[in-house]
Design a protein around this ligand. Structure first.
Ligand SMILES: [Zn+2]
Length: 97
C-alpha cells in the first residue's frame, strides 16, 4: 500500500559542492543522501528518484523536490522519517490546492 501521493514533495536542501549547486536530502527509506541538480533555481524541481531500495516508495517515481533551505555540509542534513514525509505531503498538498 502506498502512503505517499503521486509525485510526492520531498523537502531538500541546497548545497554547493565543487562550485556546483545541488539539491540534497537524506532519504527516509535507505538513509542515503540523494543528490540532484538545482535546475533553474526555482523552489520546486521535478526529478526522478535515485532511490533503489527495494522497499522504497520513491523507487523509480517522479518526485518534486522542494528547496526548504541550505546546508554548508552534508553532515548538517536533517533526518526526517517516513511519517514526517507523509504528513508533509498531506499538509503541503492541501495548501497547494
Ligand atoms: Zn533512498
Amino acid at each position: 500500500m502506498r502512503s505517499l501521493p503521486n509525485n510526492p514533495f520531498i523537502p531538500a536542501y541546497r548545497i554547493i559542492l565543487s562550485n556546483t549547486c545541488h539539491l540534497v536530502f537524506r532519504c527516509p527509506y535507505c538513509d542515503s543522501r540523494h543528490l540532484h541538480g538545482c535546475g533553474d533555481g526555482k523552489l520546486e524541481q521535478w526529478r526522478v528518484s535515485h532511490c533503489i531500495h527495494e522497499k522504497s516508495e520513491l523507487r523509480c517515481r517522479n518526485i518534486r523536490l522542494l528547496c526548504v533551505g541550505e546546508v554548508a555540509s552534508e553532515r548538517m542534513l536533517p533526518r526526517f522519517g517516513l511519517a514526517d514525509l507523509i504528513e508533509f505531503n498531506r499538509v503541503f498538498g492541501a495548501l497547494k490546492k
